[in-house]
Design a protein around this ligand. Structure first.
Ligand code: ATP
Ligand code: MG
Length: 424
């Protein structure tokens, strides 16, 4: 056997093995693809994020090619010791992780073929056989696309010919162009082609780090983890501040917030959380100001402290989980009076959502169960019996004039604790 031929054969064996030993995921960017001149920048950022999130898996690589992002993962790294079930759960875990990257519109676990009608037909049969055996599939439809316009067969003919090959290879199958059990996509590209059936939706949004940094007011409730997540989804880096009233609020309550923050960090990466004791301020308010104003006064202090921290840490804006009309402190009047205490814009991404929608989102992103664990919050300490729902700014300013606001804020910040939040 000539060396040349031997090499070619070895290459073929290697290719076959690669096909079998790797999971391939095609990752589509959503809005990222629409960004015109900035497109390469956004795509690079997206790829970086994907790489970063996949770092915890061995034998995985991600790269960009012809406008798509590919992730290739060895089925069984470290010498191939994984069982079938372990390989499958590894595949699922990788898929889930890619789905968490903002900017990803959808992901398809795919099968790679040579860009020839024979190989595509053969792999399509193999693929559908598996679908029949595993899912009892009876009908299918081929959707073909030809990114390589030099490919000698046109898209409708690709669909027709591969469809015929599948019908011949899988006798139990029938074509149904309206409501098929499986829509089999054939994506013919220059060097390799791909077949896949599922488009697993991602969250969309924009890659992290493409849109400034926000200081998020993070409580242990349902709303603020969601609002933080929503701003991060638009590409915003996150830093957070949490207020407590130790010893009225417990150490465990703070740990819960840290755990919640860690869940958010699985999307937005590690971030810093400033932990500030609000008790001295709350005590001053209770001693010196009308009871019904307590809530709004506390909130004004919260955003002012958050603004100071934001300025010191290069943040562009504040983020809260407030939602119009949900509670006394979130009436239109209260929100206006709260905002009047700061210059920085306060983003409230949940403002127009219903509580049920927020709860659904919290479940979807995985923060809900942690949020509903019953622990006390600093807001519930010294809660007035009848909080003012229509506070007037001049009255509030009058009350604040009885306090040394600047010193109180300065001391609260000086006593802060900073915690590094890592992904759960
Ligand atoms: P959440 O579910 O986010 O706690 P909520 O419906 O309980 O919100 P409030 O307690 O009035 O409403 O809080 C409104 C917003 O103020 C929160 O979404 C959060 O951004 C901020 N906030 C409230 N409590 C705290 C806290 N202890 N530390 C930091 N931010 C807080
Ligand atoms: Mg709350």
């Amino acid at each position: 056997m000539t060396d040349k031929r031997k090499n070619a054969e070895q290459q073929e064996i290697k290719d076959q093995e690669t096909g079998q030993q790797e999971y391939i995921f095609i990752v589509r960017c959503g809005e990222v693809a629409l960004k015109g001149m900035n497109k390469p920048y956004f795509e690079r950022m997206l790829l970086e994020r994907i790489k970063k999130l996949l770092r915890k898996f061995d034998g995985v690589r991600a790269y960009r090619h012809e406008g798509l992002i590919y992730v290739r993962a060895e089925r069984s790294p470290e010498g191939g010791s994984l069982s079938e079930a372990e390989m499958l759960s590894r595949k699922q875990a990788i898929l889930k992780e890619i789905g968490k990257v903002f900017g990803v519109a959808s992901i398809s676990p795919a099968m790679e073929c040579e860009s020839t009608m024979e190989d595509i037909g053969r792999k399509a049969v193999e693929y559908m056989m598996e679908a029949i055996n595993e899912h009892g599939v009876k009908t299918f439809k081929i959707e073909a696309k030809r990114a390589d316009k030099n490919f000698p067969v046109k898209s409708p003919d690709i669909a027709g010919q591969i469809g015929a090959a599948v019908l011949k290879g899988c006798k139990v199958l029938k074509v149904d162009v309206h409501e098929p059990d499986v829509r089999l996509f054939v994506d013919v590209r220059h060097d390799k082609s791909y077949i896949y059936r599922d488009k697993v939706p991602g969250f969309g949004g924009l890659p992290l780090g493409t849109n400034g940094k926000g200081m998020s007011l993070l409580s242990g409730g349902i709303d603020s983890p969601v609002s933080t997540w929503m701003m991060a989804k638009r590409g915003m880096l996150i830093e957070a501040v949490h207020f407590h009233s130790f010893p009225y609020t417990s150490r465990r309550a703070q740990e819960k917030v840290e755990e919640l923050a860690s869940l958010v960090a699985t999307y937005c990466g590690r971030f810093r959380m400033h932990v500030v004791n609000l008790l001295p301020i709350q005590e001053q308010i209770v001693q010196n100001c009308p009871e019904e104003e307590t809530t709004i006064l506390v909130r004004r202090f919260m955003v002012r402290i958050a603004e100071e921290l934001a300025k010191a840490n290069d943040c562009n804006m504040l983020i809260t989980g407030e939602n119009l009309g949900q509670v006394a402190s979130q009436t239109a009047e209260a929100l206006v009076v709260t905002d009047a205490s700061v210059q920085m814009p306060v983003m409230r991404p949940l403002i127009g959502l219903d509580k049920t929608d927020i709860m659904d989102l919290a479940r979807e992103i995985g923060t809900y169960d942690k949020s509903i664990e019953p622990y006390e919050d600093c807001c519930t300490v010294f809660l007035p019996k009848h909080p003012s729902t229509k506070p007037k700014l001049d009255r509030i300013l009058q009350s604040e004039s009885k306090l040394d606001c600047e010193t109180l804020i300065k001391e609260a910040i000086e006593a802060e604790e900073i915690i590094e939040i890592r992904p759960a």
